[in-house]
Design a protein around this ligand. Sequence first.
Ligand SMILES: C[S@@+](CC[C@H](N)C(=O)[O-])C[C@H]1O[C@@H](n2cnc3c(N)ncnc32)[C@H](O)[C@@H]1O
Length: 289
Amino acid sequence: MTTMVAFEKINEAKANLDDIYNQPDPRAYFQELKKLDYSIPNNAKPVFQKLIADLKRQRHHTIHVLDIGCSYGVNSALLKHDLSMDDLYEHWNGEMLADATPEEVIQRDREFFASLQEPKDLEIIGIDQSRNAIACAEETGLLNEGLAINLETEPLPAAAKEGLAPVDLVISTGCVGYVTEKSFERLLPAVTRDEQPWIANFVLRMFPFDAIEETLSEWGYTTEKLHGQTFAQRQFASVEEQEQVLEHLVKRGIDPTGKESEGQLLAEFYLSRPAKEAVAVPLDQLVLA
Ligand SMILES: C[S@@+](CC[C@H](N)C(=O)[O-])C[C@H]1O[C@@H](n2cnc3c(N)ncnc32)[C@H](O)[C@@H]1O
């Protein structure tokens, strides 16, 4: 069984949120996810900030981040600006924007993000299969560049390769499970042309990371999981979803007691770095210092 088929089976246990991923503006995304207290970008933010700070110290130049499954530029909004998920939920509040057209929403977003301070030494490129989300993220200025592509099914276009060469850090939240090692196989030749990027994934505990880890190891990467820490992704959408997810976890030999059994989907953090760098400073030291 391919990883995609295996992941599709696991995804059947989860509520299907596909409808909100490709709307002409971010309102539905934030309104629906607010109901589920979707919080993984917020919980990932301090970890990503640490990694970016470390890379800045080591590399002495603008840090280029590639966000896989970036949607409307969610991680970018949090990392470039002093914003939280609650701020974004308030910004895209349903009642306040009920009568606005998508064009009006995007215009308002562009003005809002332009009015905020932005670090000069951080650029964020995003990849997502959703054309609408990528178009919005580019138009609002949240992404420096967006690639609307599904690397599970299509190769990276030659024109995109040049722009990915400077990437220092690859990140993802809420995306592994939709993407597999296939996407990484297609990205690695482009992102490792200059300095090798670090690769930082927050992954729901129900999705095995071993196939991606194996692919990355073929490119000289060592992957470490942050032990003893889980990160809340969102609340379960229903009792049925919770029961199905718990079943998958138990099948994987993972005990959900006191964890997912309490009502939230939980992610773990994996960092993949060139082997030498991983040996020099272990993950715990890097992230928890
Ligand atoms: C749960 S959302 C997470 C979005 C964002 N990272 C966040 O945490 O708010 C999953 C995202 O993955 C995207 N996605 C699903 N399959 C994909 C694929 N094969 N390639 C790229 N993006 C994909 C969806 O369009 C959606 O934007």
